[in-house]
Design a protein around this ligand. Structure first.
Ligand code: SAM
Length: 345
């Protein structure tokens, strides 16, 4: 992928906090700490394993994250690939937990995982200062789950991980499920029950054209309206008020007050106007949108000897170029060259 040519001059209008040219304050950073994954989810991967992109040292991620925090980032989510495969993950969490935002507040520190290794890692992650985890699960029955992950025994491992995370206090515990029509959309009602039984927030995510293969069509996406209607039929729902403007999920509670689900609808109800997010890939490139056609080599500049002021300047100029929105489903839409697992979901 081509590196972006950025204007050499620094934007004249600079606020105390990182802000893009559309006036969106960027306070949310997702950092991929490896693009390796121990699952081969059929809608995500072609089945190849191993890293495609280099990994930075833990200290290098830390230096880059600190720059963003110094520019107003308050939320850091570690992801991958599978972040729990990465050596040094506990130390990184511990260092991040010690950071303070520009108002002196601790970071909102979270991690997204497939949960396979969480059974033994939940307690040490919590002790190191992690606040929350989101676990990805695409089915609530073992055979369907293992058909998707292509890893025998994965359902039991993840269920154990979910329970260990809850016991460790990594809460509110969120479970993310990507739905594909004709594939796992028979799990919708089961997930609603799972949310109540396991005391977790289940969030359904619309499938986006970010897979390694070529699966995506508009018809394969199960839209928000359909998910809500199907659950409402068996377990009545009411919509809950958003907690913050940049919240990606539409939230619903069950009318009896027990449990919550969320729906993240980037395809049928895009929320780009409220986007507050940038991503750092495992090889240290900034991506200003999941669907960016260019990426920005922050790590390359760091390795070439840029000092923190120069790197901050580069981050500002990069964020200034953040795309207004994605163009999924529009004529001429171009899939990014990296798939979700290599960007950092
Ligand atoms: N390994 C970790 C995990 O499983 O959560 C983190 C990385 S994974 C790529 C992050 C999330 O992206 C998972 O919930 C996965 O289901 C989701 N994902 C992957 N491909 C997707 C796509 N094309 N559309 C929507 N979500 C996708």
């Amino acid at each position: 992928m081509a590196a972006a040519a950025l204007p050499t001059s620094v934007p004249a209008r600079r606020a105390a906090r990182l802000t893009d040219s559309h006036g969106r304050v960027i306070h949310d950073l997702r950092v991929s700490i490896t693009d390796r994954c121990n699952y081969k989810c059929v809608y995500c991967r072609t089945g190849e394993v191993g890293a495609q992109y280099p990994e930075l040292g833990i200290g290098e991620y830390l230096r880059l994250i600190k720059l963003f925090v110094g520019l107003g980032v308050t939320k850091v989510r570690l992801t991958g690939g599978e972040p729990l495969l990465r050596r040094g993950r506990i130390e990184l969490v511990s260092e991040l937990a010690g950071l303070r935002g520009i108002d002196g507040e601790p970071l909102d520190l979270a991690l997204t995982t497939n949960g396979h290794l969480l059974d033994t890692l939940a307690a040490p992650l919590k002790a190191a200062g992690l606040q929350r985890v989101t676990v990805s699960m695409d089915a609530v029955d073992a055979p369907t789950f293992e058909r998707i992950t292509r890893v025998p025994g994965s359902f039991k491992a993840v269920l154990g991980g979910v329970r260990a995370a809850r016991e460790a206090g990594l809460t509110p515990l969120k479970i993310n499920c990507v739905l594909l029509r004709g594939f796992n959309d028979d799990q919708i009602e089961g997930f609603a029950r799972f949310a109540r039984d396991e005391n977790v927030v289940v969030r359904f995510i619309e499938f986006m054209p970010l897979e390694e293969g070529r699966l995506w069509t508009p018809e394969i996406v199960v839209p928000l309206k359909e998910i809500v209607a199907r659950i409402h039929r068996v377990l009545p729902l009411k919509e809950l008020a958003p907690r913050e403007a940049s919240e990606t999920a539409r939230r619903y509670g069950f009318t009896d007050g027990v449990g919550e689900i969320g729906i993240i609808a980037p395809v049928s109800q895009a929320f780009c106007g409220a986007c507050s997010r940038v991503r750092l890939t495992s090889d240290g490139k900034i991506r200003t949108c999941l669907f960016s056609q260019v990426e920005h080599d922050l790590y390359g500049r760091m390795r070439a000897g840029a000092d923190d002021n120069e790197l901050r300047d580069y981050i500002w100029r990069t964020v200034d170029e953040k795309e207004a929105r994605h163009h999924i489903g529009e004529p001429g839409f171009l899939k990014p060259s990296r798939s979700m697992v290599h960007i950092g979901g």
